[in-house]
Design a protein around this ligand. Structure first.
Ligand SMILES: Cc1cc2nc3c(=O)[nH]c(=O)nc-3n(C[C@H](O)[C@H](O)[C@H](O)COP(=O)(O)OP(=O)(O)OC[C@H]3O[C@@H](n4cnc5c(N)ncnc54)[C@H](O)[C@@H]3O)c2cc1C
Length: 394
């Protein structure tokens, strides 16, 4: 007997991308089933942005994303950009604010974003099933899903199961395995937007400074970020480090400028004309937390009056503060990484519809793809953009 679809579209993964895809498809009159193995859906939305969900960024460009194909994200971002999502947020009267440099956060709780998506899903009768374990998927004309809640058939199957980080709230490698089952390539994955660990002797340099934060500029592989850095008892964290972690691969060197707003050698030369007795630590503490200034200086030189330093000492001290070169020993891993870099190879998909080229009806969206955004609302925007575009096509 020929199979009849349980629904036109089945979306696996009720996170940001899956919800957006489901509601968009349902608004077009498609019947949609949304499955998730977790009991509570949208958990990453709930914990995001420190509970306030940094749901997008006012300035979203392809340069804010990493992928083997840097052009892939352009079409979706231009078809459903930040303004389209902000429109939806405003329609639902969710108060929000710009925290810094275009980053939009809820004024209230992240749950408002999740509730908004659920409300839109309800209006157009998306059927959501949680606690659903997907056991087997085959394509026999239609897609045939064997699950812990029974068998489902559909014309279009959308995979929105996200990346590997935060397994404790439901992340799994399901999407990558399914891609491989259907013969698609998966690029190598690694934790990203993640803190970095240091080994001695670099760890020794920040001994006792855990909890201290300072503005730095950090560079690796031709990319530089100028943001806050936090010292921890295992290494380095904070926005600057999370951002650069996207660009760092094990074994590679990075450089940190602890005084990104000055040229130390020039400042010393300048200040000692008027204040020859000024101690170097005092000058440094104008830009750095006092403990960090003192400890970092002590690693390389005595704290003397500015007039007492030779030119050679000044050059060495300047390099020490402004060109800290280090090789992190690793990352904090998927347990604490905000995202997974790498994923389903975008060459296998249409950048317009997100349908795979080799398996008609099969779609991949969101973080499961090899598209990784910077910190600052870019990853959710990718989920909304890719989810919306697939929703228009399924
Ligand atoms: C702590 C934290 C804070 C973050 N804050 C922000 C932020 O403020 N702004 C921002 O832009 N990004 C943020 N991110 C990143 C952002 O959450 C993700 O990039 C985004 O959620 C990806 O959306 P997605 O729908 O592709 O995947 P997810 O949101 O991860 O959704 C995947 C869904 O698939 C389900 N699933 C997984 N495996 C299976 C399976 N085998 N069977 C069935 N269902 C399955 C999961 O339960 C989940 O519901 C944060 C991430 C973390 C971890």
């Amino acid at each position: 007997m020929p199979l009849t679809p349980s629904k036109d579209v089945t979306v696996i993964g009720a996170g940001a991308a899956g919800l957006m895809c489901a509601l968009t498809a349902a608004q077009r009159g498609r019947s949609v089933l949304l499955l998730d193995h977790a009991q509570t859906i949208g958990k990453k939305i709930l914990i995001s942005g420190g509970g306030r969900c940094n749901f997008t960024n006012l300035s979203v460009k392809a340069e804010n994303y990493l992928s083997q194909n840097p052009h892939f994200c352009k079409s979706a971002l231009s078809r459903f950009g930040p303004e389209a999502f902000i429109d939806m947020v405003e329609r639902h009267k969710i108060p929000y604010y710009e925290k810094k440099s275009g980053q939009l956060f809820c004024s209230g709780r992240s749950s408002e974003i999740l509730n908004m998506l659920l409300r839109e899903c309800r209006i157009d009768q998306v059927e959501i099933k949680t606690n659903c374990r997907i056991e087997k998927i085959e394509k026999q004309g239609l897609f045939k899903l064997k699950t812990s809640l029974g068998q489902f058939h559909c014309e279009s199957l959308v995979v929105a199961t996200g990346g590997l980080s935060y397994a404790k709230i439901g992340a799994s490698d399901f999407g990558y395995k399914l891609a491989k089952q259907f013969g698609l390539n998966v690029t190598s994955c690694r934790p990203a937007l993640v803190s970095l660990k240091l080994d001695a002797p670099d760890l020794k340099k920040i001994d006792g400074l855990s909890g201290s934060a300072t503005e730095v500029s950090v560079s690796c592989n031709g990319q530089t970020f100028h943001e806050a850095m936090l010292m921890t008892h295992k290494g380095l964290s904070g926005p600057a480090i999370l951002q650069i972690s996207n660009y760092w691969h094990p074994g590679e060197t990075m450089q940190i400028n602890l005084l990104p707003n000055m040229n130390l050698a020039e400042s010393i030369a300048e200040r000692r004309k008027q204040h020859p007795e000024l101690r170097l630590k005092t000058l440094l503490a104008e830009q750095l937390p006092s403990r960090l200034a003192g400890q970092w200086l002590a690693l390389i030189a005595d704290n003397k009056a500015l007039k007492q330093y030779s030119q050679r000492e000044i050059t060495t001290i300047t390099q020490h503060f402004q060109q800290w070169t280090l090789i992190p020993s690793g990352t904090g891993g998927y347990r604490i990484a905000e995202v997974t870099a790498g994923g389903v190879d975008t060459d296998a998909l249409s950048s317009k519809s997100f349908e795979t080229k080799s398996v008609p009806g099969l779609y991949f969206i969101g973080e499961v793809l090899d598209v990784t955004g910077w910190l600052g609302g870019y990853n959710f925007q990718w989920a909304w953009s890719s989810g919306h575009c697939a929703g228009l096509s399924v």
